[in-house]
Write a protein that binds this ligand. Structure first.
Ligand SMILES: O=C(O)CCC(=O)C(=O)O
Ligand SMILES: [Fe+2]
Length: 199
């Protein structure tokens, strides 16, 4: 196994199974993937409707998959593009190193600190019960917040670094919300790739 990959931080949060691997990719690999995904991804900006009000989603996205099954969340239905060479490389690395075969991935581009991802759980029916979600971060590090759905005093902040992997599985989506908050700091772009199994 890649020695860099062995650094593994298991979050000690109840009703969850969350592991953070700060060095899933080397800095050089992460830099390479950031550049390729930034330049070659067919980024789109969808409208979302929250509390009856429609506005542009505060980030750009793209969906890729090994099948043509659409994926719906927050009143958006996305249709997948075919996996690229680089996404297949990452998908195969995840398969080798954590033993999960992912079928799809959603890319997020956070252009600056005004881009964000509001409180949600990835608990869509299409992901099944207790889904595994592997989230790779490239570029600008951003804070990731977690809060328990019922136990209001349970929360956690985690900095997602360039080249890191955050693996969420077990009951995590059932019991916790997560978000990428906005920040007023002047910051650079970040790309996030969340690999999922879409049934
Ligand atoms: O950007 C991130 O790290 C989180 C992305 C996310 O939660 C999602 O796409 O469902
Ligand atoms: Fe999410």
């Amino acid at each position: 196994m890649n020695p860099l990959f062995t650094q593994k931080i298991e979050l000690q949060l109840p009703d969850s199974d969350i592991i953070y691997y700060p060095n899933f990719l080397s800095a050089a690999e992460a830099h390479h993937y950031f550049k390729v995904f930034k330049e070659t991804t067919p980024w789109q900006q969808d409208d979302i409707t929250i509390f009856g009000k429609t506005h542009p989603q505060p980030r750009l996205t793209a969906l890729f998959g090994e099948n043509s099954k659409p994926y719906s969340y927050s009143n958006i239905t996305m249709h997948p593009h075919e996996f690229t060479t680089e996404l297949l490389e990452l998908r195969n690395k995840l398969q080798r190193e954590i033993g999960i075969h992912f079928t799809s991935c959603l890319l997020n581009l956070y252009r600056d600190g005004k881009d964000s991802n509001g409180w949600h759980a990835d608990d869509e029916k299409a992901l099944g019960k207790n889904p595994a979600i592997a989230s790779i971060s490239l570029g600008q590090e951003r804070y990731f917040h977690l809060k328990h759905k019922l136990k209001k005093d349970l929360k956690q902040k985690l900095l997602l670094e360039h080249g890191s992997l955050l693996l969420m599985k077990g009951e995590t989506q059932h019991c916790w919300y997560h978000q990428i908050p906005k920040t007023a700091r002047p910051i650079q772009e970040r790309i996030n790739i969340t690999f999922r199994v879409i049934k």
